[in-house]
Design a protein around this ligand. Structure first.
Ligand code: F6R
Length: 654
């Protein structure tokens, strides 16, 4: 008799909320918009109104864009729709640029055929003594319309839904609340600075939200991954208000890959399902096991594998030692002090090719300081090791310069001219205009063009200073000033042809052997992602062009440099690659760490309380040092040599 041995079927779920993961936020938004549209149409057919609960913030924007498209191109009508927004800052008048009423008008209401009197947003400008009554009316009105049919939610990094901050009660109703520090921090870029962010808000309660017939919570990006894991897999607790949603009968979390990253099915998929044990999965499992047990890889035992859900993997190899040594060697081979390749060395197991010995290198830096912050040590090594290094600064970075800093420079020009008896009518005019504008500038208001230019020049000067410090000449610093960035506002345009053409032309002109780019998708303003999209699109076009050339004329010249061009991705200031993904780790000595710090200091406008601090109160040099030493410590924890710091890269195969 033949006994068939089947691998154990696991399919365990740690998730207490129905969760759908999409490849991209865009796909997820289209699906969400389609569900909303179907609801509206269903209600229309039955002569009923559809009551929508809406959210603001960066998360739902693309849902609104999709709904607007459906209205404009597919005839979706909103005549039978009533909306209730979750929240509003207090006290902000409805017409303030940062008010959620204004947000909704700009991002949805003004572009669809909804009756304006059917759009309800809590009023942030009413006197305090009327707030209680206003909140009760808000609740009553929702009930009069028969309750919310579909509630759209985002999630704060502290787990808030609406503005129900940690500590909110499960049955709380619409009310005035005090905003959490983290929430205010996250909103700082919309208001120009933390001090301008209101301290209070009116929000629907958790109880109000839970009464909705259907709830969909959206989350994108790695910054949301941890809180999503807690809300979906953790206990129901007032410390994570989104976890209350576990008690709702019809709720779904819709995530992109990055926001889902900390869920058990993504982080340790071998615990929830049968997995394909390819190289990447083995590396992920072994590094995770070692770090969880706090043991170097070479000390992991058969029991460690068996007792931690990795018996399948152990069965594949037979002995823990064989798995350990394989993964240890792989990690060891990612470490190199020769990011441009080691001349005359056997490069079979090295991250980079040994030839050509001297490479042309093109570093793309989304903002004028990302090169030095994120890969300053590697930048320095590439220059010291004799490669031809170019840096392309993709955006001017002008919105991150404080007004008084810009004014200091304008004032300098005026005093300089006066001192040396230079008459410069244009400079005098600019001084007068800037002075007049700054006196009346409102919070978050777009700068006049002259001021934006000055801010851009300040950042360009700082980048040039860093380049000289590292040792490359001015002509190898390329300032692309990509047009998508030049809105003067936090909100940028999407990447366009003009941007891609600029990037393509530069790559073609330099014909690099190596390109370094920011592969960071967690930039609070999304600029890094747009910059990366531009590079990907440029590479795609160059590849298509070279294939066409090859087919037409068997002309191999263009093809040869492109097929020999490797693209390395570094992370921006906000995160680091997972250890199992790193393909090149460049170590730094304590002296090199110090040198990098001094290189970052050249960006004076970005020191000491910068305009867009983001969600991290450390200065950029501190973030860089913490991150680089943490990467080195991780390698060391896994049993590899102990370095002071390390910069990490992943190779993108295009
Ligand atoms: C917005 C709201 C908040 C946001 C949350 C996420 O009306 O109530 O709960 O949904 O703060 O904000 P973003 O989407 O900007 O990350």
């Amino acid at each position: 008799m033949v006994t068939q041995i089947l691998a154990p079927l696991k399919l365990v779920s740690f998730e207490k909320i129905d969760t759908t993961i999409y490849a991209t936020a865009e796909g997820a938004c289209n699906a969400t918009a389609a569900e909303i549209a179907a609801l509206i149409k269903h209600k229309q057919r039955n002569g009923q109104i559809a009551v929508l609960g809406l959210a603001t913030g960066s998360t739902p924007k693309k849902v609104y864009e999709a709904l607007i498209r459906m209205h404009q191109h597919d005839g979706l009508s909103f005549k039978n729709v009533v909306t209730f927004n979750l929240d509003e800052y207090y006290s902000l008048q409805p017409d303030a640029i940062q008010s959620y009423r204004h947000f909704m008008e700009e991002n949805l209401f003004n572009h669809i055929d909804i009756e304006k009197e059917n759009c309800f947003v809590p009023h942030g400008g009413i006197p305090q003594e009327m707030v209680k009554m206003h909140c009760q009316d808000y609740e009553k009105r929702i009930e009069e319309f028969g309750g919310i049919d579909f509630q759209l939610l985002g999630i704060g990094r502290n787990g808030h839904i609406g503005f129900n901050e940690p500590g909110s009660h499960v049955s709380s109703a619409t009310r005035l609340i005090t905003l959490d520090h983290l929430t205010r921090f996250d909103a700082a870029y919309e208001f120009g600075s933390l001090t301008n962010v209101p301290r209070k808000a009116i929000t629907m309660g958790v109880g109000t939200i839970l009464k909705a017939k259907r709830i969909v919570l959206l989350a994108w990006g790695e910054r949301k991954a941890n809180i999503i894991q807690q809300a979906v897999e953790g206990p129901v607790t007032e410390f994570v208000p989104a976890s209350y949603l576990q008690g709702h009968h019809n709720v779904e979390f819709i995530l992109d890959e990055s926001a889902a990253n900390a869920l058990t099915r993504k982080k340790t998929p071998w615990l929830t399902d049968d997995v394909l044990w390819n190289n990447g999965m083995i590396k992920k499992a072994v590094t995770h096991l070692a770090l969880t047990l706090n043991k170097p890889i070479l000390k992991l035992t058969n029991d460690d594998y068996n007792q931690n859900g990795l018996s399948d993997l152990l069965a594949l190899y037979g002995q823990a030692y064989d798995i350990n040594i394989e993964v240890f060697n792989q990690l060891q081979r990612t470490i190199t002090g020769w990011p441009g390749g080691k001349p005359n060395a056997d490069d079979t197991f090295r991250p980079e090719r040994a030839t050509p010995e001297k490479k042309r290198v093109l570093i793309f830096s989304p903002h004028p300081d990302d090169d030095i912050i994120s890969m300053g040590g590697t930048f320095q090594r590439l220059v010291d090791q004799g490669h031809e290094v170019h840096v392309a600064y993709q955006t001017s970075g002008n919105i991150a310069v404080a007004d008084d800093e810009a004014f200091r420079f304008i004032d300098f020009i005026k005093d300089y001219n006066q001192q040396f008896g230079i008459s410069n009518a244009a400079a005098d005019k600019m001084y007068a205009e800037a002075l007049a504008f700054l006196k009346i500038k409102k919070n978050g208001e777009k700068d006049i063009e002259a001021l934006r230019l000055v801010k851009g020049i300040i950042r360009r000067g700082e980048a040039k200073n860093t380049c000289r410090f590292v040792g490359i000449s001015d002509c190898n610093a390329h300032f692309l000033n990509l047009p998508f960035y030049e809105t003067g506002l936090v909100e940028k345009n999407p990447i366009g042809d003009a941007d891609v053409n600029i990037i393509t032309n530069l790559i073609e002109q330099i014909q690099p052997h190596q390109i370094y780019a920011a592969g960071d998708l967690a930039d609070p303003h999304g600029t890094h992602k747009v910059c990366l999209d531009g590079i990907f699109e440029a590479m795609k076009r160059l590849k298509a062009e070279s294939l066409k050339l090859k087919a037409e004329s068997s002309e191999l010249k263009a093809e040869s440099w492109l097929s020999d061009c490797w693209l390395w991705l570094y992370k921006g200031a906000w995160a680091e690659w997972d250890i199992d993904l790193i393909e090149m780790a460049v170590p730094m000595s304590p002296d090199q760490v110090l040198k990098k710090r001094n290189g970052i200091f050249k960006h004076q406008s970005q020191k000491d309380g910068v305009v867009f601090q983001g969600t991290d109160s450390r200065e950029f040099w501190q973030r860089a040092e913490d991150r680089n030493s943490a990467t080195a410590a991780l390698y060391n924890k896994l049993g590899l040599a102990e370095y002071a710091a390390m910069e990490a890269f992943v190779r993108w195969r295009y």
